[in-house]
Ligand binder design. Structure first.
Ligand code: CMC
Length: 433
């Protein structure tokens, strides 16, 4: 990588009558990046970029997105190929280690993950402290943060061995924790993992199975779940991944960092959009009501937005949404479900794609537009949608966290600000104000 990333030119900034040159770096693909690390030292100025729309906060070799072309690559491999041909364990290995595993490597990795699927028995007692109606994301934030108390022997981030054990533990235990969060809300007993099943098959059984009878994994649903997990596995420096990196930059332990990522993911502008999108589609209810919602989405005075539409990076069709749409059709057919919500979604997509407002702003369906339809057909309540996203994204989070910790240029994340408050003034005693 080093050759590809060589500094090859300079950008000159004219400020206060002085020209200062900054190196321009080129990644293996993608836009040029002006290295402004010395900007403050050399000019005394900061840059202003709320929302990091033009700021590369790190160097990374994991995931690449070309938002204009609608391309998503993990370690160079296109997402549609991985979703179609690969398994979640293989993608997890790829994200973590950089290469697709050979047969023996895959078996060893799968065996390792499988051996970490159980959680400390005391964790079940901890979980039972939540209200029965607690949102699964609230439970996930709490439980994953608490893992650092249960697995303290893998929190020394200076030890690569402990980092890897913590990463394996997180990937392996997330399905168990997400399924427990679900079981608790429906009042059914927690199901122990069944290690002879696939990662997704095991998760389906822990969620929908009961101890009183055997659970048969439906291969169509298992395949759909696998695709959903792969589609959500990583997405470069999105808000929750950047949160994980920022939390990790202070040296915080990996369980605490992933809990921070889960908290960020919960928001409706990010992972919470899948829940919000399905709620919106249900609210629309019938194709005749679509124009009313399109009009609201376009109205500047109405805060309503089409959930599952638009993306900070994609200014083209999100490649994940394409796979998700096909998966939705497959699952509905298998389950024999004729969900009017799917018809509303397809019709809404068509109307929006031909509407001047959406065309001009380059707003296309994103991964969350169809995922709710699929997850609902499988049997998940809407409150579980974002928890499933968190489960799958854990792989990306730990891969990015490991990459950051191993980066010799890594520093504590500490943005600057454009201060617009009062300048210095003297304290006035309360009776004189
Ligand atoms: N419906 C209607 N108008 C929209 C929408 C939408 N879904 N998304 C963006 N716009 C408009 C927005 O009003 C703005 O218009 P103007 O330039 O006239 O002010 C313009 O498009 C640009 O929007 P922005 O908010 O400046 O863009 P952003 O890059 O900051 O936001 C986004 C990206 C994903 C937060 C936003 O598109 C959105 O809120 N979408 C709905 C929520 C959603 O589906 N989120 C899931 C994202 S994909 C999964 C994930 O990453 O977690």
């Amino acid at each position: 990588m080093a050759d590809d990333q060589a500094t090859f030119s300079q950008a000159t900034l004219a400020l206060g009558g002085k020209d200062t040159a900054f190196p321009v770096r080129q990644g293996s693909v993608g836009p040029e990046v002006i290295d402004i690390r010395k900007l403050y030292g050399q000019t005394g100025a900061f840059t202003y970029d709320p929302g990091f729309t033009s700021t590369a906060a790190c160097e990374s070799a994991i995931t690449y997105i070309d938002g204009d072309a609608g391309i998503l690559l993990h370690r160079g491999y296109p997402i549609d190929q991985l979703a179609e041909k690969s398994t979640f364990m293989e993608v997890a290995y790829l994200l973590l280690n950089g290469e697709l595993p050979k047969q023996e490597e895959l078996e060893r990795f799968t065996h390792t993950i499988t051996r970490h699927t159980m959680v400390h028995e005391q964790l079940a007692t901890f979980l039972r402290g939540f209200r029965r109606d607690a949102h699964p994301m609230a439970v996930m934030c709490g439980i994953v943060g608490a893992l650092s108390a249960f697995y303290h022997d893998s929190t020394d981030i200076t030890d690569p061995q402990q980092r890897m054990i913590a990463s394996h533990r997180l990937i392996a235990k997330m399905p168990t924790i997400a399924a427990m969060a679900y079981k608790y809300t429906v009042g059914q007993p927690f199901m122990y993992p069944q290690n002879s099943l696939s990662y997704t098959g095991n998760f389906l059984r822990m969620t929908f199975g009961v101890p009183a009878e055997p659970y048969e994994v439906n291969p169509v649903i298992e395949r759909a779940m696998r695709r959903i997990f792969i589609l959500h596995a990583d997405h470069e420096q999105n808000a929750s991944t950047s949160t994980v990196r920022l939390a990790g930059s202070s040296g915080a332990n990996p369980f605490a960092c992933i809990a921070a990522g889960i908290a960020c993911l919960w928001g409706p502008a990010h992972g919470g959009a899948n829940e919000a999108a399905l709620n919106m589609l249900r609210e629309i209810g019938r194709p005749e009501r679509i124009p009313e919602y399109i009009a609201r989405a376009k109205d500047k005075d109405d805060p309503f937005r089409l959930m599952g539409f638009g993306h900070r990076v994609y200014k083209n069709y999100d490649p994940r949404a394409k796979v998700m749409q096909a998966t939705a059709a497959e699952v509905l057919k298998e389950m024999g479900v004729t969900d009017p919500v799917f018809d509303v979604a397809r019709e809404l997509e068509q109307i929006a794609l031909h509407d001047e407002y959406f065309i001009e702003k380059k707003l296309y369906p994103n991964v969350d537009f169809y995922s709710g339809v699929v997850l609902s057909a499988i049997g998940f309540p809407t409150s579980m949608f974002t928890a499933l996203f968190a489960l799958a994204r854990t792989v990306g989070w730990v891969a990015q966290w490991n990459e950051m910790i191993s980066d010799p240029e890594q520093k504590i994340g500490r943005p600057r600000q454009l201060y617009t408050g009062h300048t210095q003034r003297d304290y006035v005693p309360v009776g004189e104000r």
